[in-house]
Design a protein around this ligand. Structure first.
Ligand SMILES: C[S@@+](CC[C@H](N)C(=O)[O-])C[C@H]1O[C@@H](n2cnc3c(N)ncnc32)[C@H](O)[C@@H]1O
Length: 260
């Protein structure tokens, strides 16, 4: 394991699910070049009974099976001394704190991440005392933590030096400034009757920057209004946004004849 490279350790009952991530795309290249490491640990191997049991019935009754605490904790205890001291241990759960870009940025500063992927009804609650974070990737329920772990791996890995070719693209993206990113266009100049906005073709960079900033504000207000809270907006941009918003509302409102 090369020094200074970022290490992802995934505790999972389905390590094969990570093969695609290992072999394809930018992440595959980064793994091959030692910028980062990705290690899977099937904690079934830390079971001690003859049937390699990882789950059991829930106390109190109810549907489904609960992941037993002993094998995953044994696996974690064997692994943590081999990793840098400040490596966060993250348990994946739909009942966790929401994973956001700020957290990806914070974790990308560290030496690595240990991700615990659940299955079935999830882990015995006592496992939570042994982790640093309980994290959800969104308000929906997946069958297992592996896809959630992959989302976190991609979000963190692309922030590491040397993973993305053009580092400037990272600072301009959705959520890096608290807003959603402006729309993008490429050739052809006209597609199925829809032209590219004129301002993007003129080469005036100040105008292009202003157009992008304002589109970013409008898109955020339309799609994720909660992100606008507490945002400081330049007076001219605010006037533009209010006028654009009023025009959109007027266009969406039914004509007075329709209301009768
Ligand atoms: C079927 S889920 C368990 C759901 C759990 N009974 C609940 O209602 O909170 C099985 C596993 O998938 C993972 N998982 C499911 N949805 C997730 C989400 N939104 N974010 C992170 N992990 C998730 C977790 O690791 C979880 O232990």
């Amino acid at each position: 394991m090369p020094e200074n490279s970022f290490q992802f350790d995934i505790l999972t009952l389905f390590p094969g699910l990570f093969d695609g991530l290992r072999n394809e795309s930018l992440l595959g290249k980064a793994l091959a070049s030692d910028v980062l490491g990705l290690h899977t640990h099937n904690w079934r191997q830390w079971t001690t009974d003859r049937h390699n049991t990882v789950d059991d019935l829930p106390f109190g009754g109810g549907p489904g099976m609960v992941l037993k605490p002993e094998p995953i904790l044994s696996c974690l205890r064997e692994l943590t001394p081999q990793r840098a001291a400040k490596t966060p241990v993250v348990l994946l759960s739909p009942a966790g704190r929401l994973f956001r870009q700020e957290l990806a940025q914070e974790w990308a500063q560290g030496p690595g991440l240990i991700l615990l992927c659940g299955r079935y009804e999830g882990f015995d609650a006592r496992i939570e005392q042994h982790v640093d974070h309980v994290v959800s990737i969104g308000d929906y329920v997946l069958n297992g933590g592996e896809v959630a772990a992959m989302a976190i791996i991609e979000a963190v890995a692309r922030l590491l030096p040397g993973v993305i070719g053009n580092a400037a693209s990272l600072t301009e993206e959705s959520h890096s400034s608290g807003l959603l990113e402006h729309p993008h266009y490429t050739r052809p100049r006209e597609f199925e009757g829809e032209p590219v906005p004129e301002v993007l073709l003129g080469g005036n960079h100040a105008e292009i920057d202003r157009w992008r900033r304002r589109q970013s504000l409008l898109r955020t207000k339309l799609r994720r209004p909660e992100l606008m809270q507490g945002l400081v907006i330049d007076k001219k941009d605010r006037t533009w946004l209010d006028a654009e918003w009023a025009a959109l509302q007027a266009a969406a409102a039914p004509a007075s004849d329709d209301r009768d």
